[in-house]
Design a protein around this ligand. Structure first.
Ligand code: SF4
Length: 966
């Protein structure tokens, strides 16, 4: 019999900072009876809810698994430190959000590994979930612990904790894992691991054993099963084979990416040499543009989000970007839904799109030049020219932007003093190009070399080297009037250790975790002293992991095949050394990286035939790709056409006219390596070509170090091009329709919803209104807002039968239908009760309220008051002429007379009270502020009071135009 811990959690939630993180009552949540399925799958993300729930990959797997009748997938995210402390203090387990089942009660516990600095949270989750940390300690009844995600391409620091690792795309594999687990007898753990290892794309760390040389390097990674000496990643050949989730979870708590998302393509072949995602998720696979539009339409109807994001590593390069954007904006703009391209390039934006971006709600623009000099941009494969960047800055200023953020990295391979200074100089030129109209900020992070990239052999800066560069930049940027933001060098140091770490770091992780390491990616929480001590305790030095690696050294991930051949990476490194670019195989020709098998796995796009000239590509000619959207008169480009797309279209036209060589047709043999590709660099000296230029080094700046930011910057969009990460919500103008009716809605806030704050209720209600198609009006102006006005905020943790909100509508409706429409759209615990029309001239809800009536249940307190003492306290209150209560709010401390402010205080039962609190100009007393001193309850105890608002008393009868509707 499975046990749910919901009631125990409900008692803890009043004591934590954001209880909504742990409710699991969002719209889209799947509920199945966990007792009635063959496989229970926990999808875990080792970060706090706001980050975890933003991750699209987990939503996809949630959808794929829950479509299977015999499987239930539930979510579990890292508890924030306040809840962790409470769980430990009360001996309670970490549970799933949906059923509140302990993690140990699942058959599979799967972690998404997006960032190395979440690893200690994974240990916390295993420990609190009641699962032995090490695989060797797990028995037949324990769950299988599985991990996937970009960081799983080197899972070695976590190897002793993971039963299996998914390499690559998980959509097909999770189902296959569920099938294996469904057939598992729950006794022979080794047998199920063997069955998992037989699935293409699954790595079982226990089946490999590293052997270390006396100097501490890896001498060999020994495959214990001679049949499997390497594990190749899994590729979902066709994204359209797995439709995006049609009914994803719609969070009520504000999350980092609070919008609907549709993945338009996966993989990126631009080849930025620092970008792990760009290599491990090859080849390029696009979704059918028609599917994107249709799915987005359905998604918006389901979620009611105000914004949809077209996700990929470089959305500006998506074949269908022009017509898809045009189609979506034509359809969604009247509904005030914005479309965003979180990761794109400015040369992939057209004048028409830029015009729309100008109306964006956000005030800043972000570009990613990455390096300060052209030489270094050639090394890292950034194609843009400085003139384009300066022209873009001037254009943004012309279009009305006032601030511009520039992303750079320090510590890139072959970096010299000139390159570091080049950052300040380039930022200064950008500022000058905008003629003082832009506030320019340079945001500088430290490069961290990542496995499976051409820079995987490079060194990372030490903390001291990073600090020296940061000091130089602070001075030089300051002199040019450019603001400076920097990444905490200690976090980069830690990220670098684990990104290219080996199994010996598992001991370090455990020791640091025991020493209190948690949420290490949060600079205010990361405790570097704990990590330094943990490394020392196990006789390891950070330098072992951050150093430059010889090209012939065995790397901890060498037995894991991410689809990119080591030979290609070495060739690409040699091209970097020579400052040569590698052609983009989606436009030029194959460079033979190894990702495609040219049968099922290959670049799959929707460009017009011949656009990319490759015999191995999909040749998926689409009417979308041929479609040109007419622009406004005088536009230099045809409306929505981007410069990238125009380049492709022109190239195709020229090929067709015979001016350019035509690519071989379908069925031709796989391409041979690039003519003139350099031979792989020899093992010694490693990175010999990455020498400093003749310029002397700046004091404190190492001339040829390598390091940097890899996949960890923001979770998504690491492969953005030089003008990446454009915060481009496209919000076309739509006329503000006049208000014709004001409707007041009464709703209940009960059950889990009592832990939703004012903002969360507002978001949930607005999205429900959108989904229900209720014609709510918007304010005028640059940032139109829905005309919805709530009554006074209910304190967090209170439930209520009588909450009120006014909605102004642009089309008249019968008020009763409002409740019907909203009925199925609100999250658990919010219930529309009644609706009626009120005169538009009537004062706001807040101004009309005279008092609130509450019922208070004291029986749930850990030590409830003795009934006789309770009665005596009430008697004393009633006998007093004045009852001063101190009340603190953001305006300071004030004194209220509770005898006047609390007209009703009476017993409803031995441990139940009725309280009426008057709403007064000087403020409204919270019941706890009276009951605390009256009954001698401290703040912690007061948080456990069950307070329920029964009704609201108005100053005068509310002027209603129509009768209450239900
Ligand atoms: S194998 Fe060729 S076509 Fe495929 S991703 Fe690699 S370079 Fe591009």
């Amino acid at each position: 019999m499975l046990r749910t811990w919901r009631a125990e959690y409900e008692r803890l939630l009043p004591r934590v900072e954001k209880p909504a993180r742990y409710l699991g009552n969002e719209r889209g949540t799947v509920r199945k009876d966990p007792e009635q399925v063959a496989v229970r799958f926990a999808l875990c993300f080792p970060e706090v809810y706001e980050i975890a729930q933003s991750h699209l990959g987990l939503q996809i797997l949630y959808d794929v698994l829950n479509r299977r009748p015999a499987v239930v997938a539930e979510r579990c995210y890292a508890p924030w430190v306040d809840l962790e402390a409470l769980l430990r203090a009360h001996g309670l387990p970490l549970v799933s959000l949906e059923s509140h089942l302990a993690l140990r009660d699942f058959h599979v516990v799967g972690f998404s590994l997006q960032y190395e600095l979440t690893y200690t949270n994974l240990l916390t989750m295993l420990e609190l979930g009641g699962i032995p940390r090490r695989t060797a300690a797990r028995g037949p009844g324990d769950p299988l612990v599985v991990a996937g995600g970009p960081a799983a391409f080197n899972p070695e620091p976590l190897a002793p904790f993971l039963d299996a690792v998914v390499l690559g795309d998980g959509e097909e594999l999770v189902g296959e894992i569920a099938d294996v687990v469904a057939g598992w007898d729950r006794r022979d753990r080794a047998a199920v691991l063997r069955a998992l290892a037989a699935l293409p794309g699954v790595y079982v760390p226990a089946f490999f054993a590293p052997r270390y040389a006396p100097d501490g390097r890896i001498a060999e990674i020994v495959p214990l099963d001679p049949e499997r000496v390497t594990v190749r990643k899994r590729v979902l050949a066709d994204l359209d084979a797995v439709p995006p989730p049609a009914g994803p979870i719609v969070p009520t708590l504000g999350v980092v990416h609070d919008r609907a998302s549709v993945e338009v393509m996966r993989g990126c072949v631009k080849g930025c040499r620092f970008c792990q995602a760009g290599y491990v998720y090859r080849p390029l696979r696009e979704r059918d543009p028609e599917q994107v539009v249709a799915r987005t339409r359905g998604l918006m109807a389901h979620t009611g989000h105000e914004e949809v994001s077209l996700l990929s590593l470089s959305t500006g390069d998506y074949s269908g970007v022009n017509p898809v954007l045009k189609a979506l904006m034509d359809e969604l703009a009247p509904q005030r839904v914005a479309v965003s391209l979180p990761s794109t390039r400015v040369d992939a934006l057209s004048p028409a799109i830029l015009e729309e971006i100008r109306r964006v709600r956000k005030t800043g623009f972000t570009l990613a030049p990455e390096a300060g000099t052209q030489r270094l941009r050639d090394v890292i494969q950034k194609e843009y020219r400085e003139e384009e960047l300066l022209a873009a800055a001037a254009l943004f200023a012309d279009l009305g932007w006032r601030s511009l953020k520039l992303y750079f990295m320090i510590g890139l391979p072959s970096e010299t003093a000139e390159d570091v200074l080049g950052i300040a100089e380039l930022a200064g030129r950008v500022k000058r190009a905008a003629r003082g109209r832009l506030e320019v900020t340079a945001s500088v992070s430290t490069f961290s070399p990542k496995p499976h990239t051409p820079f995987q052999w490079a060194a990372e800066l030490t903390v001291e080297e990073t600090v020296a560069r940061q000091q130089l930049l602070r001075r030089e940027l300051g002199r040019r009037g450019v603001a400076f933001r920097w990444h905490d060098p200690h976090l980069s140091w830690l990220e670098g250790i684990f990104a290219r770490g080996d199994r010996r770091l598992a001991d370090v992780l455990e020791t640091a975790h025991a020493g209190g390491a948690r949420f290490d990616g949060w600079s205010d929480r990361c405790r570097i002293d704990v990590w330094q001590e943990a490394l020392a305790a196990h006789g390891l030095e950070a330098g072992v992991y951050l150093r430059r690696r010889p090209l012939d050294e065995v790397l901890p991930w060498d037995h894991l095949d991410a689809g990119i051949s080591k030979r290609f990476l070495q060739q690409d490194l040699a091209r970097a050394v020579a400052g040569r670019l590698t052609p983009d195989c989606s436009i030029e020709r194959c460079t033979y990286c190894g990702a495609c098998d040219f049968r099922t796995v290959r670049n799959l796009d929707y460009h017009t035939a011949g656009a990319k000239g490759g015999e191995h590509r999909g040749e998926m000619v689409s009417r979308w790709a041929e479609q040109l959207v007419p622009g406004a008169p005088g536009d230099p480009l045809p409306g929505w056409e981007t410069r990238t797309w125009r380049r492709i279209r022109t190239a195709v036209a020229e090929r067709r006219a015979g001016r350019l060589p035509v690519a071989p047709g379908p069925g031709a043999a796989p391409p041979s390596p690039l003519p003139g590709s350099p031979a792989p660099p020899s093992a010694a000296p490693a990175l010999a070509g990455l020498a400093p230029r003749a310029d002397g080094p700046t004091p404190g700046v190492r001339p040829h170090a390598a390091a940097g930011r890899g996949a960890g910057r923001s979770g998504e969009g690491h492969a953005e091009e030089w003008l990446g990460a454009v915060p481009s919500s496209l919000v076309p103008d739509a006329p503000a329709l006049p208000v014709v009716q004001r409707v007041r809605l009464r709703y209940r806030k009960v059950g889990p919803a009592r832990f939703l704050g004012v903002r969360e209720v507002g978001t949930a209600l607005f999205r429900a209104v959108r989904r229900a198609g209720i014609p709510v009006a918007f304010s005028r102006g640059h940032h139109p807002m829905p005309r919805i006005a709530f009554g006074p905020a209910l304190p967090l943790g209170f439930s209520s039968d009588d909450e009120l909100v006014d909605l102004e509508l642009t089309t008249r409706l019968v008020p009763a239908t409002l409740c019907e429409h909203l009925g199925g759209e609100l999250p658990d615990g919010l219930e529309a009760v009644a609706a009626w029309e009120v005169a538009r001239a009537e004062p706001s809800i807040e101004r009309m309220i005279a008092a609130f009536r509450y019922q208070i249940d004291l029986s749930g307190l850990e030590v409830p008051p003795v009934p006789a003492a309770l009665a005596a306290a009430l008697a004393a209150f009633h006998a007093a002429e004045r009852w001063p209560v101190r009340r603190t709010n953001r305006n300071g401390e004030r004194e209220l007379d509770a005898r006047r402010a609390v007209p009703v205080l009476e017993l409803l039962g031995p441990l139940a009270l009725a309280v009426e609190v008057a709403v007064e100009p000087e403020g409204t007393l919270k019941p706890g502020a009276l009951l605390g001193p009256l009954l001698g309850l401290d703040g912690d105890t007061l948080a456990l009071l069950r307070v329920h608002k029964v009704s609201t008393r108005f100053r005068e009868p509310a002027a209603t135009v129509a009768a209450v509707a239900s």
